[in-house]
Design a protein around this ligand. Structure first.
Ligand SMILES: Nc1ncnc2c1ncn2[C@@H]1O[C@H](COP(=O)(O)OP(=O)(O)OP(=O)(O)O)[C@@H](O)[C@H]1O
Length: 313
């Protein structure tokens, strides 16, 4: 169980320890950046000790690279640390405590950025990565219910969990959504958690179909195991533009995931993808060059194929 010391992950840790006594371990990532980080760790320790829950603390220093948001850098470093800590602890399953409000915030954030289906699909309940199975068992539970559950056990902020002061910082869009938008949605669409989650699930299903099509098209156009080795241009050009876009997005996502397994680096933007599609459409002669910055790397024509790289070729 990945526990930050906040209300949600404290509730999930206690619930898991009740459900599977003696089988649960706690993983905590100490973000060296935040002055409050020692307090979070102390809180997790105080929760674990009386219940004899083994605690593994991992220290990270998540400085963000130029062009990378601090939140993305912290998230990437956190998943890397959680993966390492879980593998060292010998566990196969890791639970995270995102809940129904977090899911709605994720969907609204995606809409605010003009995201496509992968963004609108929001957070999956379960997935596999880095040799681990990840779970979000609280995705259907409203955040307020978790606090009521904790308070019913005599816990409160400052004595049972720590409220992260940065969650109140309205310079972050997610925090503005939580503080200003969700209360209004509660009034206008009281069922919004369930209905928005249904929309996210429809988007996730449609995206899975697009992924299946992309896998078939990738195989048919010769995309290699090495993600730097992209599709053959002539066969790519024979597909409709929408299908080319779907295949290119899929290929570039794979390439980025291989280059940066924790997803901290920028992927292809819509404008870059459109530019690449225009270049592919114009690429009718042997001598036509393609050379574009795409996400955290570059796409270029190498003979008959497209290639992606994120280091000097
Ligand atoms: N420092 C951390 N160490 C271990 N796990 C963490 C840490 N920060 C977050 N997580 C895990 O990732 C999930 C999502 O992170 P997020 O930052 O959205 O949550 P949070 O605001 O810390 O919420 P809470 O601590 O109340 O669960 C958390 O619910 C928790 O399971």
């Amino acid at each position: 169980m990945a526990c930050s010391g906040g209300a949600d992950s404290t509730a999930l840790l206690l619930a898991c320890a009740e459900r599977w006594p003696g089988q649960v371990q706690a993983l905590h990532v100490h973000h060296g950046l935040q002055a409050a980080a020692d307090g979070f760790e102390a809180q997790v320790r105080a929760t674990c000790e009386p219940l004899n829950i083994p605690l593994h603390t991992w220290r990270v220093d998540a400085r963000h690279a130029p062009g990378q948001s601090p939140e993305d850098a912290a998230r990437g470093a956190r998943y890397a640390a959680l993966t390492e800590a879980a593998l060292m602890a010998g566990v196969r399953d890791v639970a995270l405590a995102q809940h129904a409000d977090d899911q709605v915030e994720t969907l609204l954030l995606a809409l605010s950025r003009g995201a496509g289906l992968p963004g609108l699909a929001s957070m999956p309940q379960a997935w596999e990565r880095g040799g681990l199975r990840w779970h979000r068992p609280l995705l259907d539970v409203p955040g307020a219910e978790l606090r009521v559950w904790l308070e019913a056990r005599g816990l409160r902020a400052g004595a049972g969990w720590v409220d992260d002061p940065s969650n109140a910082d309205e310079r972050y869009t997610r925090n503005r959504i939580r503080a200003r938008l969700l209360p209004v949605l509660d009034v206008v669409f009281p069922q919004f958690r369930a209905t928005f989650a249904r929309s996210a699930a429809h988007a996730a299903q449609a995206q899975r179909l697009l992924n299946e099509l992309a896998v078939q098209d990738a195989a048919a156009t010769g995309v290699g195991i090495d993600p730097g080795h992209g599709p053959r241009i002539a066969e790519l050009r024979a597909l409709s533009r929408d299908r080319q876009a779907n295949l290119l997005r899929h290929w570039l996502r794979q390439a980025h995931a291989m280059a940066d397994p924790h997803g901290g680096s920028a992927n292809a933007s819509s404008a870059q993808l459109e530019e690449l599609l225009d270049q592919v459409a114009a690429c009718a002669t042997r001598g036509h060059r393609i050379e574009l910055k795409v996400g955290a790397g570059r796409v270029e024509r190498r003979g008959d194929i497209l290639a992606w790289y994120n280091h000097p070729a």
